[in-house]
Ligand binder design. Structure first.
Ligand SMILES: C[S@@+](CC[C@H](N)C(=O)[O-])C[C@H]1O[C@@H](n2cnc3c(N)ncnc32)[C@H](O)[C@@H]1O
Length: 193
């Protein structure tokens, strides 16, 4: 026993335990930073005539599954369900926008066809998608490309507004005007196998 009344072995083992807790905490913090979702594009909406054009160019059919990665206020997923009879999933990082998208879906009575996921698009499984809609940035598309290559089924289509997917050859490039502004829509198709 020492004068403090605390045995030496106890102080030693406490120090080891504390060091362990600190190291585990630091590792968890590090991991949290590593998996921190990244904002891949700012919020800008696609004009409604462009939304319809994108879905037409993608050849979206009744009953098919569309994913909008970064769905903003949900206009693409709502249009896919309402005007094309598709099922749709919108993924949105911003809680406020995800809430707005969910409210838009509910106010149009589309809950059976459309699901809104609040979260990071990089963590969402895309294997059921027939069509993926993107309105991101060139660098974001570049970051997403390996995930699309890994998860999309043969023949799935990707329609991207304004920004190409580097390294992929578009099946179609369409210039469209809306509200006196020119837009470019890129259509890609994964190999049939
Ligand atoms: C240019 S807006 C497109 C909105 C909508 N798709 C449209 O065309 O009207 C891009 C959206 O992606 C969202 N976003 C950015 N990074 C994201 C991420 N890592 N995961 C999910 N959404 C993300 C932004 O919050 C924003 O709403």
């Amino acid at each position: 026993m020492r004068p403090s009344g605390v045995p030496t072995w106890f102080r030693r083992s406490s120090a080891v335990a504390l060091a362990g807790v600190l190291l585990a905490g630091a590792a968890a913090g590090q991991q949290r930073r590593l998996i921190q979702p990244q904002k891949l594009a700012p919020y800008v909406t696609s004009p409604q005539p462009i939304v319809v054009k994108m879905l037409e160019i993608a050849g979206l059919k009744h009953g098919e599954m569309l994913y909008d990665l970064g769905c903003g206020d949900g206009r693409i997923v709502a249009t896919a369900a309402k005007e094309f009879g598709a099922k749709a999933v919108g993924v949105e990082l911003s809680p406020a926008l995800a809430k707005r998208a969910r409210e838009a879906v509910e106010s149009q009575g589309l809950q059976q066809q459309v699901k809104i996921i609040e979260g990071d698009m990089m963590g969402v499984d895309l294997s059921s998608a027939d069509v993926v809609a993107l309105y991101l940035l060139t660098e974001a598309n570049e970051q997403l490309r390996p995930k699309l290559e890994k998860e999309l089924k043969p023949g799935a289509r990707v329609v991207s507004l304004e920004f190409r997917i580097k390294g992929w050859k578009p099946a179609r490039v369409e210039k469209v005007e809306a509200h006196r502004h020119p837009y470019t829509i890129y259509l890609y198709q994964r190999p049939q196998k």
